[in-house]
Design a protein around this ligand. Structure first.
Ligand code: GLN
Length: 536
């Protein structure tokens, strides 16, 4: 058996309390004391993965190197820790049932009635232990999605109870995250919802070891003592998580509250080295004390929902900090952009991102925005669908191929400059079937891409079905509109650049999935720099 220690993070009272950020912050504090830490998320919904959910349902879909389509919390884990996650780090109820049912069909439970306990819970427990048993990690943090008391979370909570029983309390602990609401009329913070949610957890046989309390106001000493008494934990195990201006402050707040200390005590671990958060603090200092500012437009069709483009927004924060630049992101709904208003919408900007996306809605607005950026020398960064739109825009407006389109938008179009990948043509199922995960790309010498990365061989993450149709390359590419990155094996076009312009880059991949606090993405860095130059 491995020596890995397990921390389970559950949530109570309401959803959206930021379990992922608290888990990532704790992991950061432990990593800063030289522990090897990973985080995994268990989501109680029945989709096999979030790849088939639209962003309105669940925010952005994050993609790992090994091609898992995952919950956006994995993005936070990677951005905080700079450690890659994988298929094993995100498990859903759909995935659990799928594998139990496949085992049943293979006859692995022959003669037995297959039940939630023990078969589903055993499958959950196997997955909870999977990363721990690789001996790559000292500590595995497991976030349980949803809220205790939900019907669909029950098998997970039961599995956590069994894991604690199997491993012992010195090897497995539970952190329960709750909300302490402030009743304005009474002028008071209220502990009752937390008492109830801790009680709900107890009904499932789990007593929380640590309670992290989300709050808008400081918790008084009296209130902390009251919570400790009613919730059956020591006073030091009541951890306040007060609202902060940026998620990147949370590790420092958790440090002030002693969360890492309490956790290590309970797990009977000693720090492997004195805590070192200098790189984190340097980043925060630059982020909070910018010398410059720029306005960057983000054109997409889900802009009203903050979480839809989470990784892009965070990548801009990382790149902004390095450039000591505050970035004001102006969200632009692609359906609202037209020939008449485009100039007035984009004129005050210093850079423009056209976001990834699927389907026809808002497409023409994206093309009009690209066109304006190209002609007005506005730094342009097209990501995935944004790159495809840049190709269509150039073909239509510069080369006169007026029918240029993607077969995603018009399956019968006469000039399919963007077309379904050959390998996709026989695929019927929608879930997990795109071109996913990390693929290599070779960069052209002297390109913006090569200058930004400082190398000619890169690997980036993907999530798409359509690609540049190579039978149009002679027609489309010229001395100004160039290919600067291709897949070395298939020749698939990964990056395009427009030379008659200060900074115009379109990428078929998703650079935003690889930007972290300690390793901001080279293309975002270069794009922010170009936007700054545009302003100045
Ligand atoms: N819809 C496009 C495709 O499938 C782009 C996907 C994306 O932006 N992630 O190729």
């Amino acid at each position: 058996m491995s020596n890995t220690k397990y921390i389970f993070v559950t949530g109570g009272v309401t959803s959206s309390l930021g379990k992922g950020i608290v888990a990532a912050s704790l992991a950061k504090l432990l990593q800063a004391q030289n522990f090897r830490v990973t985080i995994q998320k268990f989501d109680p919904y029945i989709n096999v993965d979030p790849g088939t959910l639209n962003p309105y349902e669940h925010g952005e879909c994050f993609v790992t190197d090994d091609g898992a389509e995952t919950d956006l919390d994995l993005g936070h884990y990677e951005r905080f820790l700079s450690v890659s996650t994988s298929q094993a780090n995100n498990v859903t109820t759909g995935r659990i049932y799928q594998s139990v049912i496949e085992k049943e069909r293979r006859g692995e439970f022959l003669g037995k009635t297959v039940q939630v306990i023990p078969h589903i819970t055993n499958e959950i427990k196997d997955r909870m232990r999977l990363l721990g048993e690789t001996d790559q990690y000292d500590i595995v943090i497991t976030e349980i999605g949803g809220t205790v008391g939900d019907i669909e979370s029950l098998p997970y909570i039961e599995s956590v109870r069994q894991m604690i029983w199997d491993l012992g309390r010195e090897n497995a602990i539970v952190i329960h995250l709750t909300l302490i609401p402030f009743l304005a009329a009474a002028g008071e913070l209220k502990t009752k919802p937390t008492q109830h949610s801790v009680k709900t957890l107890m009904e499932s046989g789990i007593s929380a070891d640590i309670i992290v309390c989300r709050t808008e106001h400081e918790l008084s000493e009296d209130l902390r003592e009251k919570l400790a008494l009613f919730c059956n934990v020591k006073r030091e195990s009541i951890i306040q998580s007060i609202d902060v201006e940026t998620i990147y402050d949370v590790p420092l707040k958790m440090l002030e509250e002693g969360l890492d200390r309490v956790v290590l005590n309970k797990l009977q671990l000693k720090p492997k080295k004195a805590l070192d958060l200098k790189p984190w603090n340097d980043f925060l200092f630059k982020f909070k004390n910018p010398k410059h500012s720029v306005k960057i437009g983000l054109v997409g069709k889900y802009v009203e929902l903050q979480d839809s483009y989470k990784s892009i927004l965070e990548s801009l924060i990382h790149a902004g900090a390095v450039n000591e630049t505050e970035i004001e992101v102006v969200s632009i709904h692609s359906e609202e952009v037209n020939e008449k208003n485009v100039a007035s919408i984009l004129n005050s900007l210093h850079g423009l991102i056209v976001a990834p996306g699927f389907g026809e809605r808002g497409i023409e607005g994206k093309i009009i925005a690209v066109s304006h950026a190209r002609k007005s020398m506005l730094p342009f960064f097209g990501i995935c669908l944004g790159m495809q739109m840049a190709v269509i825009e150039y073909a239509r407006n510069e080369l006169g191929i007026i029918e240029a389109n993607s077969t995603e938008m018009d399956p019968n179009c006469n000039a399919p400059v963007i077309d379904l990948m050959e390998s996709q043509k026989t695929i019927i199922n929608k879930g997990g079937t795109m071109r996913l995960g990390a693929w290599d790309c070779t960069l052209s010498r002297g390109s913006i891409a090569e200058n930004s990365y400082g190398t000619t061989t890169i690997s980036e993450r993907h999530r798409h079905r359509y690609e540049f149709n190579n039978s149009y390359s002679d027609q489309i590419f010229d001395e100004y509109f160039v290919i600067s990155g291709t897949n070395p094996e298939t020749g698939l076009i990964e990056i395009i650049e427009y030379k008659n312009h200060p900074w115009f880059v379109g990428v078929q991949f998703h650079p935003e999935y690889k930007s972290t606090v300690s390793k901001p993405h080279p293309l975002f860095l270069a794009f922010v720099k170009a936007s700054l130059a545009k302003k100045e």
